[in-house]
Each structure stands twice: as structure tokens, then as C-alpha cells.
Design a protein around this ligand. Sequence first.
Ligand code: 23J
Ligand code: MN
Length: 259
Amino acid sequence: MSNLMNELAVRLLSGDVEVIDLTQVLGPDTPIIHLPEEIAKNSAPFSMEQISKYDKDGPAWYWNTMTMGEHTGTHFDAPIHWVSGKDYPDGGTDTIPAQNLVGPACVIDCSAETAADPDYLLTADGVKAWEAENGEIKAGSWVLMRTDWLALMGRDNFLNADDTGPHSPGPTACCINYIIEKGVMGWGVETVGTDAGQAAMFETPFPAHSLMHGANKYGLASLMNLDKLPATGSILIVPPLKIENGSGSPLRVLALKAK
Ligand code: 23J
Ligand code: MN
């Protein structure tokens, strides 16, 4: 085992193991979800207030106070985020076992389908087709849906909303049930939330939220750079802030990948 860590250290230092950043910049222009005002309250956008900048308020230091919702930008969804996961004693950002926050990634490329149809839904059959090419999804893996969404829509049209609501890709309920059966750790996407834009209207509303969190599993939203990862073989590092009783948190998402 010590050989393994030594080898990893050598390969990180030589650049044979690359660190890929899957995180969007977090700032006032970071896209956030917008829920219909009639049904729900919305989250505060990101803002920052300067405390000092090497000036009279702090002569040698620069720092800020930040305000934002837990589900802002590239962020982690904990099981207690959803009512279906509310009773898991290890389902909050402070109680999730650290061992669950580093693990292998399976990247399913849905970029062509999404470019053709922004409401594209990944099905269980789509996942099975990926497995036929790349091998079975192993228990403990993260499943990541690559859509190249930021490059396709830009920050300004990230929600892609019209009078019929937001239009962005996501999973079907069958897809989520299938990966839960496989024993996955979590589900990650490049869109604003883990569910499709139209998921409020599904027969099982918000399946990535209700089913995943109901099974004590995790979500990642607003990822980017999934096009830089191989279909299998990368390791994801996804620790949310240790917020007491937190439902989620912005985070830096990193992946390790052999060159
Ligand atoms: C609250 C209500 C509905 C949704 C969400 C949050 C998210 O997408 C989220 O960031 O978890 S769909
Ligand atoms: Mn969220």
C-alpha cells in the first residue's frame, strides 16, 4: 500500500497523473436555479462584500464576506436536501463519511444528443449501452452525464428557459433507478441541477433528487470540463464544506486522470 501512495506521489509530481478542474467560477454571474415564485422561495445569488483590501479597514490584508445559497454554482447535493432523504443520520454535509467523497467516475457522453435536443433524457437503456462499451458500472462509482452544456448555452442562457419553463437535459426515473441498483455513490451533471429542466412535470417529479437522495446518495451540479475525462479510469474528489446540518454546498471538484 505504501508503494501505491509513493507511486501516486511520483506520478503527480511528474505530471503523469493530471488534476482536472471540473469547477465553474463562483461569482455574481454564476447561473443559479430559478423556481416558479408561486410554488417556492428562491435562493440568494452569490454576492461578496469587501471587508478590507490593504487599507484603513485592514492595512496588510484583503478579505471578503460572501453571501450565497448552499446550491450555488458547482455544488454538492446531500441526501437531506430532499424530503425523501431527510432522516438519514449520515445525510448532511457534516455527517457524510469522508470515504464516500473520493471515488471512481463513469462519464457518459450525451453531448451530441443534447446538442440535437436540449430536453434530452438519458434512459436506463442509454446507461446499458454505455456499459456494453465501457464495462459494468461498479458499486461506489460516480456516474457523470457529459453534455458540454456551458459551451453549448453559455452563462447567459444556462437555464434555457421560456414560457414553458427551463429546457435542459437530465435523467429519466428509470435511469436513476438503474444506477441506484448498481450501488453508485452519486450522479453528476453539467447543468444547473441534477434533474432535467422539465423534471417538475415528470410522472416521478425530480427523479435525480427524490430517488437518489431517498437512497442516501449524492448529487453534483454545474460541473464543467467533463469532455476532458475518459469514460472510465478517473478518480473524483468531491468534499462539500462541512456545514452543520447543511443540505449541500459549493465545492471545488477535482478529478485525477492518468496521462
Ligand atoms: C431546490 C428545489 C428544486 C431543485 C433544486 C433545489 C436543485 O436543483 C438543487 O440545486 O438541488 S431542482
Ligand atoms: Mn443542488
